[in-house]
Design a protein around this ligand. Structure first.
Ligand SMILES: Cc1cc2nc3c(=O)[nH]c(=O)nc-3n(C[C@H](O)[C@H](O)[C@H](O)COP(=O)(O)OP(=O)(O)OC[C@H]3O[C@@H](n4cnc5c(N)ncnc54)[C@H](O)[C@@H]3O)c2cc1C
Length: 334
């Protein structure tokens, strides 16, 4: 029998670089696919606008030029707003393509552009219609809100989105408790749901061709379906199928706690050390508020997390008792 020994001080052979390279290549492929989807759909929306006579209308250099740009900015903003929802819906394509940090950065970037394009859409349409009617743009805006179908809802939605954007500015966010900020951010998603349906009633581009109608309905359904499937359906289903329960709770120093979670067939979760889950412990009121914690030990027959006690949520973890049911979202992160 041969025994492998390592001389003291000798360099420990590093593991083969091949698996790491393969993982890197896969991550790059996912990223390329995710970026392609975002660009392709944005360009498709612009193509729909061109096919609907957008370029011709712009060339007239009159009120319709302004209105047509207003329609274009509205279409791209609507597409990006739906991607804002898709990015946060834990869709595997984006999770694998960008990773959680990348998604957070992209969410800020797409949020910035969708918000300003939405603002441009409102302003350009108000000015364009006002020029055609020979009235004040503010009077035109007022008439949009009160006289056009779906616009009252769109106005409420826009205000909710504005609230979400303002409270996400770093300085404002620092002043808010995480929970308050998160709740306001959820209202911004409600805002997206309220702001976009006016496309159905007033958006010529939505109904300009069967392809346009099919595209918009599909991406709407995809966004709503992804939230229901990946944020609610799958975590609940997997957690209950795997019967996740707290197996042990142990203090870890003075200000931290280690929790072990056991369940059936945990390897099927595909979790790796260093990834994180969003955890919900079903121990009473407040369980709906999920908290992200990384795995603090390589997953095997149990999942282990170690939480520093910093606020109400983590303080509540110290009172957890073995047997408490657990719902997890994830694993996430690379
Ligand atoms: C990807 C990720 C992995 C993490 N892994 C660990 C870990 O392994 N161990 C650990 O001790 N901590 C980890 N954290 C931080 C941990 O999630 C927060 O400390 C915890 O949620 C605080 O909750 P609280 O109610 O006790 O504190 P609060 O007083 O409510 O919040 C304290 C701070 O934690 C942050 N926070 C609160 N809730 C959330 C939330 N749901 N999502 C994101 N941030 C939040 C806020 O920035 C807040 O300022 C991780 C955070 C992230 C984003």
């Amino acid at each position: 029998m041969t025994t492998l020994t390592t001389r003291p001080g000798a360099a420990v052979p590093s593991p083969s670089p091949t698996p790491r390279r393969a993982t890197h290549r896969r991550a790059k492929a996912w990223r390329a696919a995710a970026i392609t989807v975002i660009w392709a759909t944005s360009l498709f929306v612009v193509a729909l606008w061109v096919a609907g006579g957008g370029v011709v209308a712009v060339l007239g250099l009159n009120a319709e030029t302004v209105t047509t740009f207003g329609r274009l900015t509205g279409l791209v903003a609507a597409n990006l707003l739906l991607f804002q929802v898709l990015l946060m819906a834990r869709v595997p394509l984006f999770e694998r393509g960008f990773g959680r940090d990348g998604i957070t950065r992209l969410h800020r970037f797409v949020g910035f552009w969708s918000f300003w394009l939405m603002g441009a859409h409102i302003a350009l349409l108000a000015v364009g219609y006002a020029m055609a009617a020979g009235i004040n743009p503010l009077a035109q805006l007022w008439s949009f809100i009160w006289e056009y179908p779906g616009m009252l809802l769109a106005t409420a939605g826009t205000l909710l989105i504005l609230l979400g954007v303002v409270t996400s500015i770093r300085r404002a966010r620092r002043r808010l408790r995480y929970e308050s900020w998160h709740l306001l951010h959820l209202y911004a998603y409600l805002g997206v749901g309220l702001a976009l349906p006016h496309q159905l009633w007033t958006g010529a581009d939505f109904l300009s061709s069967p392809i346009a109608t099919a595209y918009w309905w599909s991406i709407w359904a995809l966004a709503a379906g992804s939230v229901l499937l990946f944020r609610i359906g799958m975590p609940v289903l997997r957690s209950s199928r795997q019967a996740l329960r707290v197996a042990g709770v142990e203090p870890d120093g003075a200000r931290a706690i280690t929790i072990r979670v056991a369940g059936r067939n945990l390897p099927s979760l595909g979790a790796k050390a260093g990834q994180f889950f969003v955890w919900r412990f079903l121990d009473g009121p407040g369980w709906t508020r999920g908290h992200p914690f990384s795995l603090s030990a390589a997953p095997g027959r149990e999942l282990t997390l170690t939480a520093r006690v910093v606020g109400d949520g983590t303080r509540g973890l110290t009172a957890l008792v073995p047997g408490t049911r657990v719902i997890v979202e994830g694993p996430t992160g690379r």
